[in-house]
Design a protein around this ligand. Sequence first.
Ligand code: RB5
Length: 145
Amino acid sequence: MKIALGSDHAGFKLKEALKGFLISKDFKVLDEGTYSEDSVDYPDFAKKVANDIKSKNADFGILICGTGIGMSIAANRIKGIRAALCWFPEMARLARLHNDANVLVLPGRLISSELAQWITEVFLSERFEGGRHEKRVKKIEEMDK
Ligand code: RB5
């Protein structure tokens, strides 16, 4: 499974930690930057990762900024993207089961690397339940038209 990773300066350290974690778990990683703690604009990285998912260049995306809010707002502007800001593992579980989220967004300034790894592991191991949730996700897709 291939994961596209992106962060701004506020999420850089956590992105680097998660990259190592994902590689150690045998995921393929596409690191879309940023590559240092120099100040950058989060929408640039949200766009790159969202487009990787849209073009099927990666299976899932992970985006990190300070709060996760900016990345969520930006990624969800791209058609077909369902980006979920999660700061607890149960949110990640339900984001997959109920919302079929394809991008996990993490708040780099607000959670530890250990908690981020736990959330990531849950997000990448759960599957969309479908059923009653399918028609709700389809209603969101209709909004793209
Ligand atoms: C950068 O200072 C910060 O605004 C950004 O990382 C993010 O939290 C925006 O939503």
